[in-house]
Ligand binder design. Structure first.
Ligand SMILES: [Zn+2]
Length: 267
């Protein structure tokens, strides 16, 4: 996908299998059988995005890494495929100059550090929300893969960019704060001329949330704020020349919102 002269390429690190219960105890597959088509489950990507401008190679989200997490019927995450996708694009870990993590859940920062805590992307600066540092890295009681927490704590501080407000990362690549799913959750805006693409992380997990505003994510740290921010983003996606994709959208397909009486998702 091209946004002006910026190349935007979706990649997946593996599979996120979600049952209706991922979206809340009250959620059933009824009316959404297409989405939960595989034995009552949705098979979704663990999405990442590669952004290439003339001079920069930026990765948005770093997958699950060579790891899995099994929460039974509600959620199963199996990572490990991101290096293959990068290689297919002719990109080596050392080519990546910047990694932006939309948030620090395990399926978005899993490749940042190897099992010894050493950086996987040796030249990359890492950008993420400051409040996620306090929530995840600094709090030993919040679950995080041990080697990722260790890697963050041992990392060269000059390479870590903790952000708490909308920030420009590179020409045409901006961070906007979209808290709720996690305290420091952010989204990335890729823009060129009048065209914009929003990389939504888990601020919108699934386009169905447009029609089903009570669908949450079991990962939402502040569900009420997450719902507010989701609606704000859906409104933004009503704009002309704007498309968006979340990290777990089916096939990582971009879409937008058709406004008006027949308001609906156009994928
Ligand atoms: Zn996620």
């Amino acid at each position: 996908m091209r946004i002006g002269d910026i190349d935007l390429h979706p990649l997946t690190d593996g599979t996120f299998r979600a049952g209706p219960g991922y979206f809340g105890d009250h959620v059933t597959a009824h009316g959404h059988e297409d989405y939960f088509a595989s034995d009552g489950k949705a098979f979704l990507p663990i999405g990442c995005f590669l952004i290439r401008t003339g001079s920069r190679t930026i990765l948005v989200d770093a997958g699950m890494g060579p790891a899995m997490r099994d929460d039974g019927d509600r959620r199963l995450l199996i990572g490990g495929q991101l290096p293959i996708g990068l290689r297919a694009q002719g990109v080596s870990p050392a080519d990546i100059d910047t990694v932006i993590c939309t948030h620090l859940h395990a399926d978005h920062c899993g490749w940042l550090f190897d099992l010894t805590g050493a950086p996987t992307f040796p030249r990359a600066d890492i950008w993420f929300g400051e409040h996620d540092w306090h929530h995840f890295v600094a709090d030993p009681d919040v679950w995080m893969l041990d080697h990722i927490r260790h890697g963050f704590r041992e990392a060269d501080g000059a390479r870590l960019h903790l952000v708490d407000q909308d920030t420009a990362v590179a020409p045409g690549v901006d961070i906007v704060m979209t808290p709720g799913h996690t305290p420091g959750h952010l989204s990335v805006v890729v823009s060129s001329g009048v065209h914009r693409a929003l990389l939504l992380g888990d601020a919108i997990v699934c386009p169905i949330q447009l029609d089903e505003p009570t669908w949450q994510s079991i990962g939402d740290v502040d569900p009420a704020l997450a719902a507010q921010v989701r609606e704000r983003l859906f409104r933004e996606l009503e704009g002309e020349n704007v498309v968006g994709a979340g990290a777990h959208f089916p096939e990582l397909r971009f879409g937008r919102v058709l406004a008006g009486e027949l308001r609906r998702w156009l994928g």
